[in-house]
Design a protein around this ligand. Structure first.
Ligand code: PRT
Ligand code: ZN
Length: 225
């Protein structure tokens, strides 16, 4: 990664955004040689290096200027912006494109037996989530005093485990909620994958390459509509 003339792109190493992000790069003509276990992948036809990391790390890598571009879910991006704001860290970046994959919503879901009359019903209760900043912002907007309990995984089992009264988690089909005796109540954030660029000027060559790719991304998305 020491060659700063090559465009550096952070993408999720393995997860729900990985395949679609790689497919998009390939569709716009970037040939890639990816070895499963390696952190770095190189393009074989463009001066591009991919940094393959956990999605949680991507907003910070872009905002700290370590990489030029990143593919990331808006949910993760917004959560990291709130987290950085709380730590007095800047969150500068530019959103280049909202993409057509990674769609999901961050929702409050409750056990089927809970008498839920709106978010006020969570007053004084515990809500398990991987997105405490987004959830606390929602509670503050609604004037509800509830406690966000941070869990990095298995959020949907928290009510059954007696760890929380309700959850706030990502939902796409709703099957996971249903399998765990929960149902969706309030959508607090709607998300898709986005392509973001670090703030500040890039070299003319790098910016020209990005400007060459953006219309191709639009074309690929239009062709799928
Ligand atoms: O290891 P790493 O940290 O990189 O991955 P991760 O486990 O944090 O993330 P990953 O791969 O699960 O998700 C990456 C991104 O994909 C998320 O940040 C969202 O932007 C997007 N995305 C889209 C989703 C979903 N849909 C989704 N359904 N992320 C997670 N889910 C999970 C959800 O948490 C729940 O467990 O899928 C389950 C619900 O799915 P349904 O279909 O049953 O409703
Ligand atoms: Zn993650």
């Amino acid at each position: 990664m020491s060659d700063t003339t090559r465009l550096r792109i952070a993408i999720q190493k393995s997860g729900r955004l990985s395949d679609d992000s790689i497919s998009l790069l390939k569709a716009i003509g970037v040939k890639l040689q990816i070895r499963d276990r390696l952190l770095i992948a190189h393009s074989t036809n463009e001066p591009i290096d991919l940094l393959r990391v956990r999605d949680d790390d991507i907003p910070g890598l872009v905002m700290d200027g370590v990489v030029d571009l990143g593919f990331i879910g808006e949910n993760e991006l917004e959560e990291k912006m709130l987290e950085r704001a709380a730590a007095n860290k800047p969150s500068d970046f530019k959103t280049l494109r909202r993409l057509d994959y990674g769609g999901c919503r961050l929702s409050i879901a409750v056990p089927n037996e809970l008498d839920y009359q709106g978010v006020q019903s969570l007053e004084g209760k515990k809500v398990a989530t991987t997105y405490p900043y987004l959830l606390e912002r929602f509670f503050a907007e609604k004037g509800v005093n509830a406690q966000a309990v941070m869990l990095t995984g298995s959020v949907e089992v928290a009510p059954r485990a007696g760890v929380a009264d309700a959850i706030c988690d990502l939902v796409s089909t709703g099957a996971t909620l249903e399998a765990n005796g929960l149902h969706e109540e309030d959508v607090i954030f709607s998300s898709k994958a986005v392509l973001i660029q670090k703030s500040g000027e890039l070299s003319a060559d790098k910016q020209a390459m990005i400007n060459r790719f953006l219309p191709r991304i639009d074309g690929v998305m239009q062709a799928k509509e």
